[in-house]
Design a protein around this ligand. Structure first.
Ligand SMILES: C[S@@+](CC[C@H](N)C(=O)[O-])C[C@H]1O[C@@H](n2cnc3c(N)ncnc32)[C@H](O)[C@@H]1O
Length: 249
């Protein structure tokens, strides 16, 4: 259901852009990539399809199992690591790390963010990049949020209606953590469906906090701030994502 709900993304096009940014800010093509909080590891599998050694890391055993099964079904090699992105050590260095689709929101406080950056730094070669696709802060600070909280997607005969957040979800302005109620409602072939509901703790990170966390880690320089996969800057009026590109010192 997760995979159908997020099937609106063009994974191959996003990987094209990520590789373009790698070429611009690090030079060349990465030989290895690590997708963090990878979930179904769509991007990692797309990197693998292009001959890049890919690793997917996730905390959830179910997601790790699902990502492995998908890689087998795709016929691509994928290393899957079950670990916490705030404290891990791959034991080797990759050239590119990515944390996509606002998965940074699972870093619930500054210690978690800095721990994440220190962990990535341990597993990234000097000059390598860590690219984070984050929610644009304007979603939280302006009254005209730019991402849709309700949408529907269909794939392979399965239709999933997704609701990410609801009126009245609590947001703690001190910790900047929201308790977001999420609902995925699936129907197949017009029949009655299955509903999954959950409440997720998600933290909002601002650009200045990212800068501070990066400085605290002492391991990276922020070399670009994009506002979408189109490459517009994060300050652009049409920016709807916040994508800092960090280069390992
Ligand atoms: C919204 S999904 C995003 C999946 C993926 N990034 C994508 O682009 O489709 C968030 C994932 O983060 C994982 N996650 C949450 N906290 C984590 C942590 N501390 N370490 C590693 N993975 C974590 C969850 O298990 C889930 O699979």
């Amino acid at each position: 259901m997760y995979q159908v709900a997020f099937s609106y993304r063009d994974i191959a096009a996003e990987v094209d852009v990520l590789l373009g940014w790698f070429g611009r800010h690090a030079g060349g093509v990465p030989g290895s990539v690590l997708e963090l909080a990878a979930g179904p590891a769509d991007h990692a599998r797309e990197f693998a399809r292009r001959g890049i050694a890919a690793t997917a890391l996730d905390l959830s055993p179910e997601m790790c199992h699902y990502a492995s099964a998908q890689a087998v079904a795709d016929g691509v090699p994928l290393e899957v690591v079950e670990a916490d992105m705030t404290a891990f050590d791959l034991g080797r260095e990759v050239e590119l790390a990515v944390l996509l689709l606002s998965s940074d929101s699972h870093l619930l406080d500054l210690d978690a963010f800095v721990g994440h950056l220190e962990s990535v730094a341990r597993s990234l070669r000097p000059g390598g990049l860590h690219i984070l696709e984050m929610t644009h802060p304007k979603d939280h600070f302006s009254t005209d949020g730019s991402t849709r909280a309700e949408w529907e997607a269909t794939d392979g005969g399965l239709t999933v209606a997704a609701r990410w957040g609801a009126d009245g979800d609590p947001f703690d302005p001190v910790t900047q953590v929201a308790r977001r109620s999420v609902e995925l409602r699936a129907t197949e072939g017009g029949g009655s469906g299955q509903v999954v509901r959950d409440v997720l703790a998600e933290r909002l990170w601002t650009a200045t906090e990212v800068t501070a966390a990066v400085r605290l880690s002492g391991a990276f320089d922020v070399v670009a701030w994009y506002g979408a996969y189109s490459g517009i800057p994060v300050t652009h009026q049409k920016a709807w994502r916040m994508i800092p590109v960090l280069r390992r010192r």
